[in-house]
Design a protein. Structure first.
Length: 275
């Protein structure tokens, strides 16, 4: 591409009203498209965050058929963007569970990828009265996803996946160049680890990272960290939004990435590989 493609990350504080959330999502996708973005990444759980984790089950859709999938396809077509659809709940093989699925649509509204979140957030936060057990609601995926796109070889991580560097390293076997990462980091873990982990994944893999996060207070009482950011292969934060709702947009320079990978060839120097 002669011009540098522009990419965007959406941030919001999703609640339990799906229709209200989708109105806000469309506004933010439109902001990204009007800013020239050809790729827009939505945060994890962009359409629904209920009072209880188990409430997600009631919004599960069959793969290929459902209002949230239709919405994502229409948004991609309407605004002429590639859309990384955060996560939506798709039916699972295990009863009373869903898959946390990140669906990617091209600018014609065609689904071109599905990634099911692999690493589930089952933790007790140290020094805080916060407990999370995603495995009680979500069935984990098993496969990483890297696809061709106009923005480079595009790989998907979701939230807790960020803490597992071997996952992004595995994607290097598929020549990943851009990592899209929907997330909903807690306020506590985000303050301690979010920026350093996002920048580390960019630096280690000489890749662009587009990290779209939830950021604010939710009716469940949960607080998410926000700080959505777009980071270049050298670890430089190109754009960031601290808290609240918004959309950040900036160009990515594939020429710069090629130059860094050529002159600082850490990926070629690898001696140990993930199996």
């Amino acid at each position: 591409m002669s011009e540098k493609p522009r990419v965007a990350a959406v941030q919001m504080a999703t609640g339990p009203n799906v229709n209200a959330n989708l109105i806000e999502v469309e506004r933010l996708i439109r902001d990204g498209a009007e800013g020239g973005a050809g790729l827009v990444v939505l945060p994890e759980n962009f359409a629904f965050m209920g009072r209880r984790e188990h409430d997600l089950i009631g919004h599960g859709e069959a793969d290929g058929d459902g209002p949230l999938q239709t919405f994502l396809s229409k948004m991609a077509t309407r605004y002429g963007v590639w859309l990384v659809g955060g996560t939506i709940p798709l039916t699972a093989a295990v009863p009373d569970r869903v898959r946390a699925a990140c669906l990617v649509y091209n600018a014609q509204g065609e689904r071109v990828a599905r990634y099911d979140k692999i690493h589930l957030f089952d933790v007790n936060l140290p020094g805080a009265d916060e407990h999370y057990e995603e495995s009680a609601t979500i069935e984990p995926g098993v496969e990483t996803v890297v696809i061709d796109s106009p923005f480079g070889r595009l790989g998907i991580l979701v939230c807790y996946d960020l803490r597992f560097p071997e996952m992004a390293r595995r994607m290097q076997d598929s020549d990943v160049e851009v990592l899209a990462m929907p997330a909903a980091f807690t306020a506590m873990t985000g303050k301690a680890h979010w920026e350093v982990l996002v920048r580390a994944r960019a630096i280690e893999n000489l890749a662009y990272v587009i990290a779209a996060a939830q950021g604010g207070y939710h009716l469940s009482g949960r607080e998410t960290h926000g700080h959505s950011m777009i980071v270049d292969p050298w670890g430089t934060v190109l754009a960031e939004i601290p808290r609240g709702t918004g959309c950040i947009c900036c160009p990515i320079d594939r020429g710069l990435q090629d130059s860094i990978r050529r002159t600082f060839p850490t990926l070629r120097h690898r001696r140990l590989k993930c199996r």
